[in-house]
Design a protein around this ligand. Structure first.
Ligand code: PEP
Length: 256
């Protein structure tokens, strides 16, 4: 949309061992031509324990596939048992990191202040944060979804310069559409993605808003991606379940 390079990011969540990870990346690269991989940026987001495997596959075969992690610590190093820092991810060749996924907000009680600190930590380490926003079913039924997502967005970007914001990827993921098979309509996706771009224009500036890529996520499949990608403010997809199947994810990346 409007000169922004489409991005398809596969969130593997807590799935796949290292053999399966290697196979999936190889199959994905084999299913997509160099032209397709150049036109549509294709990224996988494995569990931490599969990152080295993916790095080896991508580096070894010079695959045009990017990769990143599903979370990071807001801290650089120190006594944070079990956590992984942005610098550790950068050293493994990650270029992306998911921040504020609804599963982490729900199961790990991540609030907007922590999500914001993680966005800052990602940028400080040269990683592109994929900042997730999205409303639950209760909020949507009350008709408050646009304001809810817009508040999460502004809180997540707090303290950043316009130059930093331009590098961030935003993902609109309605919680009621994640892993449920219930995709938002293309119009629902556009409503919030359009508002995300407007709020960035108001809070930062028009040029920044024009540059930022905004993804839709929530039960994206090969059969529904094309209609979603037609929307003017949707620049790609954050894909969970369907990214675990190489052929399905390749078809999603071939949406045009
Ligand atoms: C996700 O968790 O980011 C997601 C969009 O999941 P799914 O595609 O399985 O709904």
């Amino acid at each position: 949309s409007e000169g922004r390079r489409p991005l398809m990011a596969g969130n593997w969540k807590m799935n796949l061992n290292h053999l399966e990870a290697n196979l999936l990346v190889q199959k994905l690269a084999a299913s997509l031509s160099e032209k397709q991989l150049t036109e549509v940026e294709t990224v996988v987001l494995p569990p931490f324990t599969d990152l080295r495997t993916v790095q080896t596959a991508v580096d070894g075969d010079k695959l045009l596939i990017g990769y990143g992690a599903q979370d990071l610590s807001p801290y650089q190093s120190g006594a944070y048992t079990g956590d992984i820092s942005g610098s550790m991810l950068a050293k493994l060749g990650c270029t992306y990191v998911v921040v504020g996924h609804s599963e982490r907000r729900a199961y790990h009680h991540e609030d907007d202040a922590l999500v914001n600190a993680k966005v800052v930590a990602a940028l400080a380490n040269g990683l592109t944060p994929i900042l997730c926003v999205g409303e639950g079913l209760d909020v949507r039924e009350e008709g408050r979804h646009v304001a809810h997502c817009s508040d999460q967005l502004i809180a997540g970007l707090h303290g950043l310069t316009a130059e930093q914001v331009a590098k961030v990827v935003i993902a609109y993921e309605p919680v009621w559409a994640i892993g449920t098979g219930k995709t938002a309509t293309p119009e629902d996706a556009q409503e919030v993605c359009g508002e995300v771009r407007n709020r960035i224009a108001e809070t930062f500036d028009e040029a920044t808003a024009h540059q930022v890529r905004i993804l839709y996520g929530g039960s994206v499949k090969a059969s529904n991606i094309a209609a979603i990608m037609v929307q003017p403010d949707v620049d790609g997809g954050l894909v969970g379940g369907a990214s675990l199947d190489a052929e399905e994810f390749a078809q999603i990346c071939r949406f045009p």
